[in-house]
Write a protein that binds this ligand. Structure first.
Ligand code: ZN
Length: 171
């Protein structure tokens, strides 16, 4: 089932997501709905708060790399950073450069609730950091300079008032 996406201004995007206690049919269904939603919207990552669920869950589809991250914790951020242009399904039509660590180490449960500790680099590391931030109530525009934020203020207000067109369903 394709789910509507929460956009900037929706409170659920600002809450700290809660851990998932166990693998249930409800969680399995939510994960498969999130994949369907992400594929339809054409993004590379989607976090549960973006579909209105305050849960520590996000998924990534980046080419051949597809993964589910449950109760994730980034345990290492490299000091060396890279800057790349990011966008977000919850912040339509805004694309800005953000500095992120080149490599990260992350501990999480996969779709089978099996514990994983893995290192990621490059594009996957960037997407993971972006989605992980969603589980902490952080949106990528929060990371921009005060000047950039000021320049974006009216665009963000438009999104908050749902006056921005998207070709996917929003809530
Ligand atoms: Zn996002």
């Amino acid at each position: 089932m394709i789910l509507p996406i929460s956009t900037y201004g929706d409170n659920v995007l600002r809450k700290t997501a809660l851990p998932i206690k166990e693998k249930t049919e409800k969680i399995d269904n939510l994960i498969s709905d999130m994949f369907e939603t992400l594929l339809r919207a054409g993004g590379v990552g989607l976090a549960a708060p973006q579909i209105g669920e305050q849960l520590q869950l996000f998924i990534i589809i980046n080419g051949d790399f597809e993964e589910v991250f449950i109760n994730a914790e980034i345990i290492e951020y490299s000091a060396d950073k890279q800057s790349s242009q990011e966008g977000c399904l919850s912040v339509p039509d805004i694309y800005e450069y953000v500095d992120r660590s080149n490599t990260i180490k992350i501990k999480y449960l996969d779709a089978e609730f099996k514990e994983q500790i893995r290192e990621f680099e490059g594009m996957n590391a960037i997407i993971i950091q972006h989605e992980y931030d969603h589980t902490k109530g952080v949106i990528f525009t929060d990371k921009l300079s005060p000047i950039k934020k000021k320049l974006l203020r009216s665009k963000l207000e438009k999104i908050r008032k749902n006056k921005v067109h998207t070709d996917y369903r929003v809530r």
